[in-house]
Design a protein around this ligand. Structure first.
Ligand SMILES: Nc1ncnc2c1ncn2[C@@H]1O[C@H](COP(=O)(O)OP(=O)(O)OP(=O)(O)O)[C@@H](O)[C@H]1O
Ligand SMILES: [Mg+2]
Length: 367
């Protein structure tokens, strides 16, 4: 998949940006605070995911502007698609269309523009808390299985209701049997999520371990595995609707006493993790900076390859400020792996020695 045209005006500091990118590498150069990351963020936001910087939608609009206008045309293996978005500080005035069809939210665009982004903060993927890895898994899977995204949202809603009931039981306003209605639904959704995340983690391990092998010159081994708080073992052949759902419900029932005391749900997919081990030791606890960086690179590249394998579309790659952080061999490795993809990469003064279209960003304008 390639972006054939991109425009932005009033998105953060971006002004009158009108780009016809190269189908291969696009190098976005500029001094600090000129708008390079904003450009990546503008593209990313059109993929229908939340800002990778955690910016709220209204703050995507330039400080001194009423509206942010974004436009993007992409070509995938089947057709050309057009996205247009006018974002406003007043959410009621938001206007988003996909191929001319109105969308209520940016999330309505999800699944059209497939993107994988690398930023220096991605180091959190191995170093950070489990929720970073759960979000990563959920995003990866959602890009492949649109249904999963809805299920994960439903799960979060039901979980909030169950937790509210737990609090009410503590306060004597609800009784224990009031949990049953939530437990049944949570078990069903949780069983499905557990199975899908486990299957994805297996695939991620296959792809990422091969890549890690290459980065480390075969000296170290990367192992990834899904860690469930509900199941000791999940076989990817398990039927989630029958067996996993039943075992999930049993586990929720077992945990009721603890949950009522805690006032929240202590087990479930919202507490699960993805373990990242390098040659048998936890990357998070004992890995060096370089090992963690390599593990993250391998996992992100694996995400892109799996996306291609599962959907037939090679995602667009956004590399914000990452090349300068890597040593030469890792830099060469990643560049060699991105050969047949459209890449947008940002850098300050040290422009990497690679072929590609070069543009400069200054004060929000692109030249
Ligand atoms: N809503 C907004 N409206 C206008 N300007 C904004 C808004 N949000 C952020 N900015 C400004 O945009 C400028 C460019 O930010 P950006 O993060 O894109 O810089 P950058 O070129 O990536 O710099 P660096 O090399 O330091 O990463 C910053 O000065 C920032 O304060
Ligand atoms: Mg930046």
């Amino acid at each position: 998949m390639i972006i054939t045209h991109f425009s932005a005006d009033g998105f953060k500091n971006l002004k009158e940006v009108d780009l016809t990118p190269s189908p291969q590498t696009n190098i976005i150069k500029g001094e600090n605070a000129q708008g390079k990351t904003n450009l990546c963020e503008a593209i990313w936001v059109l993929s229908g995911s939340k800002s990778f910087r955690g910016t709220k939608e209204k703050d995507l609009v330039g400080f001194d502007r009423e509206y942010a206008r974004l436009g993007l045309t992409l070509k995938d293996s089947e057709r050309e698609q057009k996205i247009e978005a006018v974002l406003s500080k007043n959410p009621k005035e938001r206007k988003i269309t996909l191929n001319g069809v109105k969308q209520r939210y940016l999330s309505g665009l999800f699944g059209v523009l497939k993107c994988v982004i690398f930023t220096p903060e991605d180091l959190e993927l191995t170093k950070g808390s489990p929720d970073v890895r759960r979000d990563f898994l959920d995003l990866c899977v959602s890009q492949i299985k649109p249904r999963y995204r809805k299920t994960a949202q439903n799960y979060a809603d039901i979980l909030a209701q169950r937790n509210a009931t737990l609090k009410n039981i503590q306060l004597g306003r609800s009784k224990e049997s009031d949990l049953e209605i939530w437990d049944g639904q949570l078990a069903r959704l949780g069983a499905y999520i557990s199975l899908i995340r486990t299957q994805y983690s297996k695939k991620l391990w296959q792809f990422a371990s091969r890549l890690y092998d290459e980065i480390s010159g075969g000296k170290e081994r990367l192992e990834l595995g899904y860690v469930s708080t509900v199941f000791d073992k999940i076989s990817t052949r398990d039927d989630w609707q029958v067996d996993l759902c039943r075992r999930y419900l049993e586990r929720l029932t077992e945990a009721r006493g603890d949950d009522i005391r805690a006032g929240f749900s202590t087990v479930g997919v919202h507490r699960d993790d993805l373990s990242v081990m390098i040659s048998g030791i936890s990357a998070r606890e004992f890995g060096s900076q370089g090992q963690n960086r390599s593990a993250v690179l391998a996992m992100k590249l694996a995400e892109a390859y799996i996306l291609k394998e599962e959907t037939g579309e090679m995602p667009v790659i956004l590399l914000d400020d990452v090349l300068s952080e890597l040593d030469r061999s890792r830099r060469e490795f990643i560049i060699s792996k991105l050969e047949d993809m459209q890449v947008f990469l940002t850098c300050c003064d040290r422009v990497p020695k690679i072929a590609g279209k070069r543009v400069t960003v200054r004060d929000g304008r692109v030249k």
